[in-house]
Ligand binder design. Structure first.
Ligand code: NAG
Ligand code: NAG
Ligand code: NAG
Ligand code: NAG
Ligand code: NAG
Length: 445
């Protein structure tokens, strides 16, 4: 009898301490459980299924895609995944605007789980490198505000924009053909940029409705999710359900944003002209905005609203603990420019993978917290360099001796496990039958 009591007390204590230890995660799970997303009853909710880890995110221009890239970089690092990164000759993008080929991928980053750097999409080439359970995801933005953003961002860079007197958006839109040269190498910033990034023909005649329709269906067929920048959080909820990721996996800080004062609002007339000039993009956007909302409504508006609320609350908590009380998002984004917040300037030594952190950026933090906070706001170029360095180091330490580097709750690619524990091919053949560029040299320094 008393033994039974002792046992019950023991069970009670164990339960309480378990709850204390796993409180954070437990409350997530419980909250998620109470979300009651009706459409999910038939499927296991996220968290009950292995996380999906093979993802191609097509990073489009001026669409909040840098924020997405940062999120994916962090996810990949947490789960020991391999992120495909460009060879040195390509810069930090896959030799954009050239069409992607597997030769653009650094051999130390093969075989990859994740693609998220800028490229001009080429499905066939990606398929050669990625497992066949890969999820393709991209993001679109409303063509009016997107074009205004491109026009101001590439004003001094893109020839088509540079020719416009007084840098006037109105002047450009009144007579685009006067300034635009389709054959120029930077012309993709000046017309149907999304279509171009997705691998389409940006200059296809808008009279050819069949082309536009076919292109939209092709994108629909290949991409499991097309996110919409204007509805970023809602898109992330869909992404999390698609990939069975936790709420913690989709936390972010907005990166690479302009200050509000440098944005301008568009008159309806201007917006119409932009849509007419970028009619292929406009068609894509309208189609995928509609399908986003259809999917959100299938998930249940109440469920989506609650998850968005949870996400924002978690985000606020994260901001508070990383950057102190109530620091506005915009200020922390501006701090990216601040040299003090760039602790990982290239040191010239490939073997530095411990990421020496300045101890005083946030006193009292564990090194993990420290790293998390800094990576949240680390700009694209630096983060790409950091990742390349750490992946190259891993590669050299004898990649082949590692156990398959999958997180516990990960779907192994069906043909993946054995394949993955093999070393990436050392020679010019990237395991794809193509010839490699001469880039089996050490990581950039
Ligand atoms: C450019 O600006 C100047 C002076 O601000 C003005 O005289 C001229 O008409 C403008 N040109 C165009 C094409 O708007
Ligand atoms: C996107 O679709 C939603 C739902 O139909 C609609 O309310 C919204 O206005 C659309 N956004 C744009 C920019 O067209
Ligand atoms: C942090 O450390 C660096 C050098 O280690 C020093 O220059 C800087 O002043 C310190 N900042 C603070 C806030 O203590
Ligand atoms: C990632 O790798 C490190 C070092 O090899 C290991 O300690 C950690 O448990 C791994 N994490 C996951 C999620 O596999
Ligand atoms: C993926 O590839 C493996 C073998 O490479 C095959 O057995 C499996 O059926 C494929 N899965 C799909 C969904 O095509």
């Amino acid at each position: 009898m008393s033994q039974k009591k002792v046992f019950l007390v023991f069970v009670a204590i164990s339960t309480v301490s378990l709850l204390l230890h796993h409180g954070g995660h437990f409350s997530w799970t419980m909250e998620a459980f109470h979300l009651g997303c009706p459409a999910l009853r038939s499927h296991p909710a996220p968290g009950l299924k292995p996380k999906h880890t093979n993802v191609v995110f097509l990073k489009t221009h001026k669409t909040a895609s840098t924020t997405m890239q940062n999120l994916l970089f962090r996810f990949a690092e947490r789960n020991n995944l391999t992120v495909a990164l460009p060879v040195q000759a390509c810069g930090h993008q896959f030799c954009y605007p050239r069409s992607f080929t597997s030769r653009f991928v650094h051999p130390h980053t093969l075989p990859p789980n994740v693609f998220t750097s800028h490229m001009r999409f080429n499905r066939a080439e990606l398929q050669r490198l990625m497992p066949n359970d890969t999820m393709y995801v991209t993001i679109l933005r409303e063509p009016g505000s997107m074009f205004e953003s491109l026009f101001s961002y590439y004003n001094q860079y893109c020839q088509s924009f540079k020719r416009v007197p007084n840098g006037s958006l109105e002047a450009f839109l009144d007579e685009p053909w006067r300034y635009y040269r389709p054959e120029e190498k930077d012309s993709m910033y000046a017309r149907n940029t999304l279509t171009f990034d997705l691998g389409g023909d940006k200059d296809h005649s808008s009279a050819d409705v069949a082309y536009a329709r076919t292109f939209v269906s092709e994108v629909e067929r290949v991409f499991s999710l097309v996110m919409i920048a204007e509805h970023f959080d809602e898109s992330l909820i869909l992404l999390r359900h698609l990939l069975s990721w936790d709420m913690d996996d989709i936390l972010y800080v907005k990166l690479n944003m302009r200050t509000p004062s440098s944005k301008r609002s568009l008159t309806p007339g201007l917006s119409r002209k932009i849509r007419a000039w970028n009619s292929l993009d406009a068609r894509l956007y309208d189609h995928f905005n509609t399908s986003l909302w259809r999917r959100l409504s299938a998930l249940g508006p109440a469920c989506v609203a609650r998850e968005v609320r949870l996400l924002r609350r978690a985000q606020e908590r994260l901001m508070r603990s990383c950057f102190g009380g109530g620091l506005p998002l915009l200020r922390s984004a501006a701090q990216i420019k601040n040299k003090d917040l760039r602790p990982w300037q290239p040191s010239g030594k490939v073997d530095i993978v411990g990421y020496e952190l300045p101890v005083n950026v946030s006193q009292g933090f564990s090194s993990q917290a420290h790293e998390l906070c800094l990576k949240l706001i680390m700009p694209e170029v630096q983060y790409t360099q950091v990742l390349l360095r750490s992946q190259s180091l891993r590669y050299r330490r004898g990649y082949q001796q590692r156990t398959p580097q999958q997180p516990i709750r990960t779907v192994l690619p069906r043909h993946g496990q054995i394949h993955r524990s093999q070393p990436p091919p050392a020679g010019p053949a990237l395991g794809t039958g193509t010839r490699s560029t001469s880039t089996s040299k050490p990581a950039r320094t």
